[in-house]
Design a protein around this ligand. Structure first.
Ligand SMILES: Nc1ncnc2c1ncn2[C@@H]1O[C@H](COP(=O)(O)OP(=O)(O)OP(=O)(O)O)[C@@H](O)[C@H]1O
Ligand SMILES: [Mg+2]
Ligand SMILES: [Zn+2]
Length: 269
């Protein structure tokens, strides 16, 4: 079991289902933790559908700098970030282009020159496949945050996600329910578009907690698409409040977790 020498805690942001808002939660939570004074890194583990470059507004045309055969992460919005989309540039050294096809996530994780970090958030791809298992097997993961919408299909997949992390002995820190409620900007009426109470009931079912509920709001998507996350370092908004509360819980969890227990080795048979 490896540890990243400069990283105190690794936290996975995951779900069973695609499109529920993992990347959105990962980015905004990263900024909230950073606002609280933690040193934060963000790894985009979604190799086939990387989204961090877009969400953080990264423009890495020249390729990344390499020091001691390690890639320097991109510093944006006060956090260190790494994504496959940063290294696919033609000017990335050949030693880096070669191995990317296989074990790309592992390469990004291990071969990045992360600074001294309190927490490295890993934005996982959807599902419970290879990349999830690789992360669990290669490094100590302090905890996982499960993102879901209140919809039944999403909750079903959230359960699968929770069960997978349990199998590899990674504690589930809690559940973030995204797209919980829609508040009409015209008249203020509220609509539970995807149903209600699902995140809380799954949290109870598994003896974990509901870390927060994030409203469905077109500004969230617009901000992401513009590379300027909804969590704003400089101004106050509802989303700041919500993500700061989640960040408080995450920090408490990490502070109270002693040296993380190595996850179980999964054998091939
Ligand atoms: N609370 C929200 N309100 C409005 N739009 C949202 C919200 N959360 C996420 N979105 C939008 O929904 C889409 C999917 O979100 P996101 O990319 O974060 O999901 P994901 O779970 O990471 O998806 P994938 O499984 O493809 O990695 C994006 O366009 C995002 O901007
Ligand atoms: Mg994503
Ligand atoms: Zn209305």
């Amino acid at each position: 079991m490896n540890t990243l020498p400069t990283v105190k805690h690794i936290v996975a942001v995951a779900s069973g289902k695609g499109g529920v808002g993992k990347s959105t939660v990962a980015v905004n939570l990263a900024l909230a933790l950073s606002k609280k004074g933690l040193r934060v890194g963000l790894l985009d583990a979604d190799i086939y559908g990387p989204s961090q470059a877009l969400m953080l507004g990264a423009r890495v045309k020249e390729g990344l700098e390499v020091v001691d055969e390690l890639l320097l992460p991109v510093k944006l919005h006060g956090i260190e970030s790494m994504s496959i989309s940063f290294v696919s540039s033609e000017r990335t050294p050949a030693i880096w282009r070669g191995p990317m096809a296989s074990g790309a996530m592992e390469q990004l994780l291990m071969k990045t020159k992360w600074g001294e970090l309190d927490v490295l958030l890993v934005d996982m791809p959807p599902g419970t496949g290879d990349i999830q298992l690789t992360l669990a097997q290669k490094v100590r993961v302090s905890g996982a945050i499960i993102v879901t919408t209140p919809q039944n299909v999403a909750l079903l997949d959230a359960r699968k996600g929770i069960e997978m992390f349990r199998r590899v002995s990674i504690p589930v820190m809690g559940i973030v329910e995204n797209m919980s409620i829609y508040v009409c900007p015209e008249c203020g009426h509220e609509d539970r578009v995807y149903g209600s109470g699902g995140g809380l009931s799954v949290a109870k079912e598994y003896g974990t907690e509901l870390l927060g509920e994030i409203p469905l709001n077109s500004k969230v998507r617009e901000c992401s698409d513009e590379g300027q996350p909804i969590f704003s370092k400089d101004s106050e908004n509802l989303f700041n409040e919500i993500f700061l509360k989640i960040a408080d819980r995450v920090q408490e969890f990490l502070d109270s977790s002693t040296v993380p227990v190595p996850s179980l080795k999964i054998s091939d048979d």
